[in-house]
Design a protein around this ligand. Structure first.
Ligand code: V47
Ligand code: SF4
Length: 355
């Protein structure tokens, strides 16, 4: 079976859902890794990308309260926070004074605040763009875009168009979780459907806004549901070509409603490899070191990943749920992780151009 899949990969033939399941179930993880690695090398040579970036969460107040999310709070609950635009700018300034002019990407995501108007988010982007014209703003998940549409009465398309005018350059891949309806209902009943997530990304792509895609795995989903998730992403990518990277997100169980266990290192690496093999129309597979830990992320470079995300600086979503990684890496540390995996570090901008 693995041999048939290897032949398909060699001849550049597309894998079926059954192939993906067989790869997930194969006990020969080293052969799966070798295949994925070969595909990654064809796409990206020996290059492994990273970006000097900074994550900002404007608020953790969220009306959705997904059951796997340890980051969110309700309004007025201890631990809830709301940043003003000045506070956001001063966080960025603190970073800049340490690492002058190096910031290439500002990643902004947060909860669905019950009271903030859509104008606040537009002003936020404009203010960040004014202060950092050379950094790309990658902001707001499809879940937030849908929320802005609901509070403003504008279509998601109009919301995206206005945000783009305010400085939005790209969108992150969060909020995808698992598209399958049953899992979504038990994990995050208030969240937009998988279909709506895909529709909003498709709108963004048509407006020329590149986006990423994620999958939250290692909780209650089946392997079939992971493969269904891959299939829907691959189908949309065939239509629009607007996805830049796929990022498997390893579930973290601490302080969440659903509890459970951390994903295993084996599952992390296998999920990277299968996604590399199945998502043949994605240029990049990102091993997000915050969730995988620095060492598993480094190993993932031998399992088909070609990107480690970035310096991050401050991370609240995974750390609220028990992340064991640090919150920041320097450029030198990222380069060192990549070199020691036998790859060539390439500092990139938000669009995968080397800088
Ligand atoms: O949407 C929430 C996930 C996502 C938990 O696009 C959890 O470049 C694990 O999407 N355990 C946000 N995951 C992070 C994200 C992301 C990160 C880095 C880069 C990019 C990109 C996107 O985190 C959420 C949700 O899917 N999440 N809770 C948890 N307990
Ligand atoms: Fe809100 Fe996002 Fe957390 Fe869900 S995952 S509760 S939408 S912040």
């Amino acid at each position: 079976m693995l041999k048939d899949i290897a032949d398909k990969v060699r001849f550049g033939k597309r894998l079926s859902a059954e192939d993906a399941l067989a790869l997930f179930r194969s006990e020969d993880i080293f052969s799966v890794a070798r295949l994925a690695s070969r595909v990654a090398a064809k796409k990206n040579g020996r290059r492994a990308y990273f970006v000097i970036n900074r994550h900002i969460n404007p608020t953790n107040i969220c009306i959705n309260r997904c059951r796997f999310c340890a980051f969110s709070r309700s309004k007025g609950e201890p631990g809830s926070f709301e940043l003003t635009i000045e506070e956001i700018l001063s966080k960025l300034k603190a970073q800049k004074s340490k690492n002058k002019a190096a910031l290439r990407e500002i990643h902004i995501v947060g909860g669905l605040h019950p009271d903030w108007p859509f104008e606040y988010y537009q002003e936020m982007l404009s203010a960040v763009k004014r202060s950092y014209p050379h950094a790309a703003i990658k902001a707001f998940t499809a879940v937030e875009i849908d929320h802005f549409s609901a509070i403003s009465g504008l279509s998601a398309n109009e919301v995206l168009a206005r945000l783009r005018k305010s400085g939005l350059d790209a969108m992150p891949g969060g909020g995808a979780e698992i598209f399958a309806r049953g899992v979504r209902k038990s994990l995050c009943p208030e969240k937009i459907t998988g279909e709506r997530w895909l529709e909003i990304h498709s709108r963004a792509h048509l407006l020329g806004i590149p986006t990423n895609a994620t999958m939250l795995y290692g909780h209650i989903e089946s392997l079939e549901e992971r493969v269904d998730h891959f299939l829907r992403l691959r189908d949309l990518q065939d239509k629009t070509g607007g996805f830049q990277a796929f990022i498997p997100l390893a579930y973290h169980p601490r302080n969440t409603d659903i509890g459970g266990f951390y994903s295993s290192g084996i599952d992390d690496l296998r999920t990277i490899a299968v996604s590399r093999l199945f998502l043949d129309n994605f240029d990049h597979i990102k091993a997000y070191w915050i969730m995988l830990g620095e060492k598993v992320a480094q190993m993932a470079l031998l399992f088909g990943a070609d990107d480690l995300d970035g310096t991050v600086v401050e991370e609240k979503i995974t750390h609220s749920a028990g992340a064991m990684s640090g919150e920041a890496l320097t450029r030198q540390e990222m380069e060192n992780l990549i070199r020691k995996a036998g790859k060539t570090p390439v500092e990139r901008d938000a669009f995968y151009s080397p800088v």
